[in-house]
Design a binder for this molecule. Sequence first.
Ligand code: NAP
Length: 525
Amino acid sequence: MNDGKICVSVCASNTDELIERIKRAAELADVIEIRFDKLDFAELEKTLEALKKIKKKIAQPLLAAMHKTVQTCAADGLSIPATGEVWEKIILADVAEMIDLYQGGTLAVVLESWNAADDWLPHFKPFMENVKKSLFICSFHDFNGLPDDLEKNYQWMKKTPAGVLKFAVQADDVTDALAVWKLLQKAKAENKKIIPIAMGESGKWTRILSLAHGAFMTYAALDAGSETAPGQVSARDLTEVYRAKELNAETKVYGIVGGNTGYSMSPYIHNAAFKFHHLNSVFVPLQVQNLDAFMRRMVKPETREMELNFRGFAVTIPHKQEIIKHLDAIDETARKIGAVNTVKIENGKLFGFNTDAQGFVEPLRNAYGDLKAAEVAVFGAGGAARACVYALKTAGAKVTIFARDAAKAENLANEFEARGAKFKAPNESYGEFDIIVNATPLGTKGEPENETPAVAAQIERVKLVYDLIYNPFETRLMKEAKSVFVPTLGGLSMLIAQAMAQQKIWTELDAPMKEMSAAALRRLS
Ligand code: NAP
């Protein structure tokens, strides 16, 4: 266990809703933040009375926050002194053990309302007298990106009477988060309490790992969908999936390196395996746009700017090929496929593997049997198709690749001694094949969900339809197959099988299939 706290942030426009959310937050939080800026200020007196009552029923301290800038105050028709008065009412009501004053806005607003001049500290004193029972957090937010003057703000904020400094900046790439991480290291060296947050999917790792590295607190959403800032993890995921409070600086860190990690199932599947084996390991999303910068600034021992104890990565679109040049060695399968989906880091050296082929073929063998001489049609000629074709050819199957661009199908086919062709017309049958594999995104949740690369009449004579898509659980193609009594296999089995092979590479332990599948199913449902 580390010493950090999980703060669940709640907001509502009216008192009843706010109180209901506080009650739910109390099931998971160490601290509950109330975002007063989202409240209808006409409700303020009623809310403060309700907070006095609820405080008697919950153990957690309340944190009052009002992230209003001078500009948004003006937009809301609120004068600066009026905002100061709102703060004064909150503080005098004595409902919050912690107060967050926003450096860029509220603090300025408060100072203004107390007629602060250049020498503002003495003017601030009377206000702080009232706050003295509370822990004062001085916060800095930039929702637009990474400001140049973070360090300058840190120095300025350090001079305030704040007990804790909070920095929240927007990260558009994983390395943008380094700036707040460096402040964490600086604050630790100076014995100053700090909350470093990089907002957005690319900064999510800071929300998960900061407690392990000495942050005072991390913020979580009450539940998925009620985030009060971009990239917030739900409190349940933070405690039960990522085990953020159990992590420490020795925790082995793994992650999914991809261009868009927001929908990835990998954190759920891999953390379930680490939890099952009671390992001091965690798996986090690492949304990477610039792979070179990530490898140089965060991974390679000779150039990295911080040490997170990375031990391995799952690699996904669009980095599976580009990552190869950063590795010290890759195994034979990854070399033949020409793509790496797994990296293991040992003694600072990076080794690449590909578990997609194994993950693809194992469930297929279980469902179909021996693949020797089986006639297989693979739809799609992208990265996944590549691993499938390699695995099928290795198993002795006869493979034909179909794509919307015949040249792409033929190029891939030539690499693996297969055949390549353009998709058949809707009135032409795929009846000469034993197995159909869909390795296109046609049928994936979202826009292409109702699309299919083939309809029932085209596949009624095949023996098995294998769709690599796992969300939705049953795709349109699988429904087409079922309607003509053709057995189907969904992509979840491949997802789990390739992840199990990754776990074996990283931990050398047998991966717990039941727990990993259950974690994926829970997430999908
Ligand atoms: P990819 O490299 O982008 O390749 C996608 C392939 O699908 C390309 O051949 C592409 O053709 C084709 N395609 C895209 N849109 C199409 C459309 N509207 N009509 C016809 N063909 C289309 O992606 P990938 O990594 O191979 O992944 C493909 C699918 O497999 C994804 O849905 C992914 O979720 C799934 N997958 C599942 C697992 C698992 O564990 N279950 C693992 C990996 C992948 P063009 O080149 O002409 O664009």
